[in-house]
Design a binder for this molecule. Structure first.
Ligand SMILES: Nc1ncnc2c1ncn2[C@@H]1O[C@H](COP(=O)(O)OP(=O)(O)OP(=O)(O)O)[C@@H](O)[C@H]1O
Ligand SMILES: [Zn+2]
Length: 511
């Protein structure tokens, strides 16, 4: 077993650090989950693909883990600061449904998206609205500790009361320095102070509200993640994840609350890890902006969700990744080539128990994969073992999936390795990459694009016409027929048994 130290970039120190868990048999991870007011877009899903790579890497390296992910169904305002409306209430009004129906619908859709991408389910899912009592208890505790103050519209956190507020985001704060006090809007003592509890206006009944010592109202968004992470993982845990936008506000505020609750400088998690954005023409993909693409739009264009997974893995999680349909089509082609090569290897190797490895990571959730790796990698010779070491080097280098993918593409072609060795290497690589390489068939990548309206009879007729044209050596006509089908989402494959066809992506939408 390889035991190179695992290096992670910690946003707290802005440095690569060697990962040292509090308890190697149970690495404790918290991820900010989705706000379930709309479908997740591909950028949001990139955040969860990053977490999945993190989890798989830890399990591959022999750690056991507990992964907690929340569902935000209250408290997240349209602006990450304390302005605007609650995203959930706004969606309920827009869709003329209850907040609960909105939450249930988009939570289910989110879970389906994760399953489609082969993302492992968290060990614990938790919903903000199931933890209101704990949030009140926590807020009371920090209020008693003197970290908050009350205003007309709720309870606010005084960011001057914790050491080094905003360190994570490297915030340049006016109003926190001695002698430079600047009040924030709405009577806040400092602009960076934030709502722990928001009181409903006395003449307005909100869709979701609860009684509290600070009046009837709703918890602030930041409160839920402090409360649920500490409840399920303890006051000190290992890793906290989120998109890089959370580094500036949400996570700074979570840390401030955690410190207040601990009455010390303890930040909660020891490693704070943030994924960079998926961008469309230099802009963050976001629900409010254009280019809001979902996993359904990927399918509608005839692309398999796992092509998006592979596309996401082609970039390191800390680099921005530019989305385009062309890039996604190229990722599909890369996955297809890999699957075709793997099919050849499988045909040579025949059936074997270790080939059933693919499901194990999935149903044993946070368990270490050490033993499974022994079974898969045990019989490998020295040359093959060097490829396991390469994977270890890539993953240990802050989860370098681009390197792991490049190595995988290379190793399946190496004649010096036996087919069985190559397939065993695919199996161990895929424990970390999660592309379902041992079970997915290349043919499954061909999905019918929504815009493909051509009838199968028409396809068969065009194929017959093309066969006749080829017989007559009219290659120009044959090529025109093939190109015509391709423009309608149909690809032709000529083989010894004649011409077969399959659906091809047909991109109907602009990115
Ligand atoms: N374009 C993006 N690329 C990568 N991660 C993203 C992107 N946009 C949001 N995220 C991350 O997705 C996760 C879920 O976000 P959430 O459900 O709160 O969406 P949101 O903030 O409402 O989305 P948006 O900002 O796009 O409207 C968070 O960790 C967030 O940082
Ligand atoms: Zn959060």
């Amino acid at each position: 077993m390889t035991d190179r130290p695992l290096q992670f970039y910690n946003s707290l120190t802005r440095e690569l650090e060697t990962f040292e868990p509090l308890d190697p048999s149970n690495v404790r991870i918290y991820s900010c989950g989705p706000t379930v007011y709309n479908y997740a877009h591909l950028g949001n899903l990139r955040a969860y693909l990053f977490v999945d790579t993190l989890r798989r890497t830890l399990m591959w390296k022999g750690y056991g883990l507990t992964h907690v992910m929340n569902i935000t169904d209250v408290g997240h305002l349209t602006s990450d600061a304390d302005e605007g409306e609650d995203k959930m209430e706004r969606a309920a009004e827009r869709e003329q449904k209850t907040v609960w129906d909105i939450a249930a619908h988009y939570t289910e859709a989110f879970e389906r998206d994760l399953a489609g991408l082969n993302v492992l389910e968290p060990s614990i899912w938790c919903k903000a609205t199931d933890h209101i009592q704990e949030m009140i208890d926590f807020a009371r505790d920090i209020a008693e500790g003197g970290y908050t103050y009350a205003l007309e519209d709720g309870l606010y956190f005084d960011t001057a009361k914790v050491p080094d507020y905003g360190h994570l985001g490297r915030l340049d704060l006016e109003g926190l320095e001695e002698g430079k006090r600047v009040a924030g809007p709405g009577g806040k003592r400092h602009p960076s102070d934030f709502a722990v509890w928001r009181r409903s206006p006395s003449d307005v009944q909100r869709l979701m509200e609860w009684h509290s010592p600070w009046g009837i109202g709703a918890p602030g968004w930041h409160l839920e993640c402090s409360v649920m992470s500490i409840k399920y993982l303890g006051r000190q845990f290992d890793i906290h994840t989120g998109g890089v936008d959370h580094r500036q506000v949400h996570h700074c505020n979570e840390i401030a609350q955690n410190q207040a609750y601990a009455r010390s400088g303890e930040t909660g998690a020891r490693y704070w890890m943030h994924n960079e954005f998926l961008v469309v023409r230099d802009r963050k993909m976001a629900k409010s902006a254009g280019g809001f693409l979902t996993l359904s739009s990927v399918r509608d264009n005839g692309l398999h969700p796992l092509a998006y997974r592979l596309f996401a893995l082609t970039a390191a999680y800390r680099s921005q990744l530019e989305f385009s349909w062309d890039a996604l089509v190229a990722a599909r082609a890369q996955l297809r080539r890999l699957l075709l090569r793997i099919a050849e290897l499988k045909a040579k190797v025949g059936s074997a128990d270790w080939l059933r490895a693919a499901g194990e990571a999935k149903y044993s959730k946070g368990a270490s994969l050490s033993y499974l790796r022994e079974e898969i990698e045990g019989p490998l010779g020295e040359v093959a073992k060097a490829w396991v070491d390469k994977l270890d080097a890539a993953l240990s280098d802050d989860l370098s999936t681009p390197r792991a993918l490049a190595d995988l593409g290379e190793l399946v072609e190496i004649k010096q390795l036996t087919p069985e060795e190559r397939l065993r290497l695919v199996a161990t690589y895929d424990l970390a990459l999660g592309l379902q390489l041992l079970t997915l068939e290349a043919a499954e990548l061909s999905l019918k694009p929504k815009a493909a309206t051509i009838a199968e009879a028409e396809i068969e007729a065009a194929i017959a016409e093309r066969t006749a044209a080829r017989k007559a050596k009219d290659f120009a006509a044959a090529d025109a027929l093939r190109d015509g089908l391709l423009a309608k989402g149909v690809a032709l494959m000529d083989g010894p048994e004649g011409t077969a066809w399959a659906w091809e992506p047909l991109v109907a939408e602009e990115a």
